[in-house]
Design a protein around this ligand. Structure first.
Ligand code: AMP
Length: 287
């Protein structure tokens, strides 16, 4: 029996989830919003497209073995699922925000009895209780940021990513309740029964994430500069150095470099007389 993996069928997490699985070598076709099942051309895996909110529940019930969803939704559900890994995208924070110009700068300034609009009632409730604040929570299913201007709430608890939605709606972030990003979760019983296969999938995803910040650099380097090049291009296990046929003065080097160090590295290589510099992306890095 293949492992059942649930992937968000729309929203911020959909596209990148499919991209990562494809990069991990699973060749999943995005069926679009109406499709429930994806075809996986290889791998012992069946993929289901579900709403990110539902994924936590289905994983918890064991209807699917694993799922990709937002950590904010896992926290809000309060359900006991196993988090296998953070996936490094869909980063956001659940924050308290108030209309500008109300003289509220901290949570302590919030008057008791304030009305709060949110799609995260459990986390909001727990947070305000922990702060000793008595507030009235109104559950909404989205667009919290308009509610203070409509007069139906005094402040909001909502997800913030760049902060531009808050700014547009003249709201000020005064506290962060939790940090979130996309996570890979698993059903706890399935973990016991099929831990090895699940860890294989997690490890394939991890290899994509590890490769993301890296580039593969190739260059022809004068032998005389090799020691200096080695000093600033340490690679994973040091650069691979290869002889070029018919050349005793030049060698070829291949090395994995942090994306952020590419610009400097190329400049230094050129100054040391390197030629034929090639930089290519890496799909996966499997240690
Ligand atoms: P931003 O303007 O970038 O701060 O984004 C804020 C808006 O996007 C709010 O309406 C949030 O509910 C939503 N949002 C931001 N990040 C996420 C996320 N990772 N998952 C779901 N919704 C998000």
């Amino acid at each position: 029996m293949s492992i059942k993996l649930a992937v968000p069928n729309k929203g911020r997490l959909n596209e990148r989830s499919i991209e990562i699985l494809n990069q991990a070598g699973l060749e999943i076709e995005d069926g679009g919003e109406r499709k429930l099942y994806a075809t996986v051309k290889n791998g012992d895996l069946s993929v289901m497209f579900l709403r990110a909110q539902d994924i936590v529940r289905f994983v918890h019930k064991g209807a699917v073995d694993m799922g990709i969803t937002g950590y904010d939704l896992v926290l809000e559900s309060g359900l006991d699922v196993h988090k296998l890994m953070d996936m490094g995208f869909g980063r956001c924070r659940l924050s308290v925000a108030v209309p500008e110009g109300r003289g509220i700068d901290t949570v302590q300034d919030i008057p008791d009895g304030s009305r709060i609009a949110t799609s995260f009632p459990h986390m909001a409730q727990k947070y305000f209780e922990s702060q000793g604040k008595k507030v009235e929570i109104t559950v909404i299913s989205g667009a919290a940021e308009v509610t203070p201007h409509l007069g139906v709430a005094d402040l909001i608890v909502d997800l913030v990513s760049s902060g531009s939605t808050l700014k547009t709606n003249r709201l000020k972030e005064i506290a962060v309740i939790a940090e979130s990003q996309a996570v890979l979760i698993a059903n706890k019983d399935a973990m016991v029964a099929r831990g090895t296969e699940m860890e294989e999938l997690a490890s394939a995803i991890r290899s994509v994430m590890d490769a993301e910040g890296k580039r593969y650099l190739m260059a022809d380097v004068p032998v005389a500069s090799l020691d200096e090049v080695r000093a600033f291009l340490p690679g994973i296990a040091g650069p691979t150095v290869m002889n070029l046929v018919g050349r005793s003065d030049v060698v070829a080097i291949h090395v994995v470099v942090d994306k952020s160090a590419i610009y400097q590295s190329v400049n230094r290589l050129k100054r040391l007389g390197a030629t034929g510099i090639l930089i290519v992306p890496i799909d996966r890095m499997v240690p």
